[in-house]
Design a protein around this ligand. Structure first.
Ligand code: BGC
Length: 749
């Protein structure tokens, strides 16, 4: 396309139509100039292409497509290679369906386990979400299909999602809620970004100039197009002025007319409109599908859905090696729970897919080598116990060698569009687990759920297998893990707290219809639990294997920009397995509140029994930085850092100290500078001693100094004193002239 020529030829109404969206899934076509409509479709875990006549009212009426595991499970793989492959598979399917833009991945952080859409999001940690999200985007786009990374930004609750404001400090926004997007934009060059419904600090995100222009484009260098979430725009003229390029799905002629009017009255500069049109024309030009629809191998894609689920399923507990069950030696096995027959394998709402080939755990059981009898145990459509189903399960389980209970959240409790109110399983399921585990000592729980679950029964069961929402191959993948065909290697990408009330935002989450106060700041997820040394049910990064891993020989080499961390990883068991080494950093150098550890790198490594592999992870300056609000930039401080290698945030296997010397331009010294800042900075302390504590000013300096054993004056290190800015020191009798001289000298450097 000759984009500049087209821009010159487009009329005002045509430009207004282009940036307004034609309908739910298409941009407007301008036939006169040969500009085609661009098709987009949900979603993150499988295509939800709606047929031409179905509209959006029936959200589940879409073409058949492979249903991959929901993001909660695929992220538990911590496997960037598989996430790239997931993207490639989705990309191939999108091309086969002539889709130009795939509306995903969803990369918002799981701030509270009550977030209704957590199943669709990757992690509570911005690095995990950023790395996995970036791999996914690169995979999709390698197949010449664009993505929409969503939902930009700080969209962490569903209730009142169209109007509520996510209110937080700039540091919290930068270090957590923007960080994932920043990483993806800078490493994967996504075609588009989708703004979220909510406001951030009072401004609607789709009309938020600071987010859309200053940060996304000017700072991060984003070159794609910015589209709104469906119905997120309140005022499309303001949105265009703030940096939005495409209102979706558009309000038809009303949207077009308001743009025309705004240009005619001067409210909207036509140059601003042109910018948006230019971004869109580039997207249409870059991502239009080939003329002929492609094809893909359904069975191969289904097998990939199984592989991804195999890699993500998390073995949470395995007391006395209850699992894997060897089909030849398992004895009498009883499977209980209607979810084995009617599994929950995907989320609801815009990520809902119409699967090609669903295998339920019950049907897959027949194809596995395991022999077992099935009892529903409870009814999914009610939360009260059904006595006859319960009794039948109890009778069968009494003399069973192993009992496997399928439990989880029914579909109506977890969806896009509303938040959850509890982390408890339905009462009938809890009661069933309680009663069965009283009469049988070998109980395994298989969970199907979109987000963290409270487990008051955890001590009375032997094994817990977290399958989240495992996609259409849920049946095969479940037995792959239980029977040991696959050695589990999934690790939690979120913390499972013991109780909802342990979460830092428990008292306020979703309480104010207009505001969500992120008062926990950067202390979210494991950053909170670990700093406060709280017990959790299962920590962030946790996941068991049927083999064991040993970490040895850690070495850290620092350079001017960061460090390289090396260690050896040995499979000390007798089965091949995959480990997920996690590198955490504790920052002791910066004088701001810091979590006791933050994840800064990770990898996934396959190791044969007895084999040792050398692993290298890198840290760069940004990994050691924090967002300084005063300077409005990232800052890395000289000083000590603790480097930890763990199997989870609570299972640290190796640790060592790293001392960094970063060349920072010093912060200006003013009358507002605290004495503590002078004491902590050797350069400032030296200048202070030379000027203010010079022997010839002994009288004036007395007020500020101690005399050490050698008769030298040293800066008073009294806590109360350190907590004073220079102007207060003067107000209390300090030498104003000397302090003024000190400020001048300090700023000269
Ligand atoms: C969701 C988006 C989705 C869009 C189109 C919205 O309600 O928030 O994630 O892509 O609908 O279905």
């Amino acid at each position: 396309m000759d984009i500049e020529r087209m821009l010159a030829e487009l009329t005002l109404p045509e430009k207004a139509a282009l940036v307004s969206g034609k309908n739910s899934w298409y941009t407007a076509a301008i036939d006169r100039l040969g500009i085609p409509a661009l098709m987009m479709t949900d979603g993150p875990s499988g295509l939800r292409k709606q047929t031409a006549d179905s509209g959006t009212t029936n959200i589940n009426d879409s073409v058949q497509a492979i249903t991959y595991p929901a993001a909660a499970l695929s992220a538990s793989s911590w496997n960037t290679n598989l996430m790239h492959q997931l993207g490639e598979h989705l990309g191939e399917e999108a091309r086969a369906e002539q889709v130009s833009l795939l509306l995903g991945p969803g990369v918002n952080l799981k701030r509270s386990p009550l977030g209704g859409r957590n199943f669709e999001y990757l992690s509570e940690d911005p690095l995990v979400a950023g790395e996995l999200g970036s791999a996914y985007v690169q995979g999709v786009q390698s197949k010449h299909v664009g993505v929409a990374v969503k939902h930009f930004a700080a969209n962490n609750r569903e209730n009142q999602r169209f109007t509520a404001s996510s209110d937080m400090s700039q540091r919290t926004l930068r270090e957590l809620y923007l960080r994932t997007f920043e990483r993806i934009v800078k490493t994967a060059y996504p075609a588009t970004i989708m703004t979220s419904y909510n406001k951030t600090n009072g401004t609607l995100n789709s009309q938020n100039r600071r987010l859309l222009r200053s940060i996304l484009r000017d700072e991060w260098g984003f070159h794609g197009a910015v589209m709104s979430d469906w119905g997120a725009v309140a005022n499309n003229v303001q949105a265009l002025r703030a940096g939005l390029d495409l209102e979706m799905p558009g309000k038809g002629q009303a949207s077009i007319d308001s743009i025309i009017r705004a240009v005619e009255t001067g409210e909207l500069d036509e140059g601003t409109l042109n910018k948006a049109v230019r971004h869109l024309l580039h997207i249409i030009d870059n991502w239009l599908p080939a003329d002929k629809p492609g094809t893909y191998d359904h069975e191969a894609h289904h097998q990939f859905a199984r592989k991804l689920a195999d890699d993500g399923i998390v073995l949470l507990k395995n007391y006395h090696g209850e699992l894997p069950l060897n089909p030849q030696q398992a004895g009498k096995v009883v499977v209980v729970g209607e979810l084995a027959d009617q599994p929950r394998y995907q989320g609801s709402g815009s990520s809902h897919v119409n699967p090609t080939h669903l295998t339920t755990p019950l049907t897959a059981l027949q194809d596995s080598a395991l022999e077992a009898n099935y009892y529903p145990g409870y009814r999914l459509d009610q939360s009260e116990t059904d006595d006859s189903l319960m009794e039948a399960a109890l009778t069968a389980a009494k003399d069973a060698d192993h009992v496997i209970i399928f439990a989880g959240y029914p579909e109506n409790t977890e969806s896009e569009g509303f938040d959850k109110t509890s982390l408890m399983l339905p009462e009938n399921q809890s009661e069933l687990i309680g009663r069965l585990s009283k009469i049988n000592d070998h109980v395994t729980i298989v969970l199907q759920n979109g987000s963290a679950v409270e487990m008051p029964w955890i001590h009375s069961v032997d094994a817990v297998v977290e399958t989240y929402l495992a996609g259409e191959a849920v049946g095969e993948a479940t037995w792959d893990i239980i029977t040991g065909v696959v050695n589990p290697s999934g690790h939690l990408a979120e913390t499972f707290p013991r109780r909802l009330t342990d979460t830092p935002m428990a008292p306020t989450f979703g309480q104010d219809p207009n505001h969500e106060y992120y008062s926990e700041g950067v202390f979210m997820g494991y950053r909170y639990y670990d700093t406060h040394e709280m017990h959790v049910l299962f920590p962030f990064g946790h996941g068991l294997s049927y083999t064991t891993f040993e970490y040895t020989n850690m070495a850290v080499d620092e350079n001017a920009h960061g460090a390289t961390v090396r260690f050896d990883l040995t499979n000390t068991g007798d089965r091949a397995g995959q480990a997920v080494p996690q590198l955490y950093v504790a920052n002791h150098a910066s004088h701001v509140p810091m979590p006791t550890k933050e994840l800064r790198a990770f990898t996934k490594v396959a190791v044969e029994p007895g084999e040792t592999k050398a692993v290298t992870l890198k840290l760069n300056r940004r990994d050691l930085s924090w967002w300084c609000e005063g300077k409005s930039r990232w800052q890395a401080d000289s000083g000590d850092y603790e480097i930890m290698i763990g199997d989870s945030s609570r299972d640290i296997r190796l640790q060592t100290k790293l001392t960094m010397d970063f060349k920072n331009s010093p912060a200006p010294v003013t009358m507002e500078t605290y004495l503590s800042a002078i004491v902590w900075d050797p350069r400032l302390q030296g200048i202070f001693k030379d000027i203010v504590l010079a022997p010839e000013h002994a009288n004036a300096a007395n007020f500020l100094a101690n005399t050490d054993d050698d008769g030298n004056l040293t800066l008073l290190q009294d806590q109360m004193f350190l907590n004073m800015p220079l102007r207060a020191v003067i107000a209390l009798g300090g030498p104003a002239d000397l302090i003024t001289d000190f400020i001048a000298a300090a700023n000269k450097h």
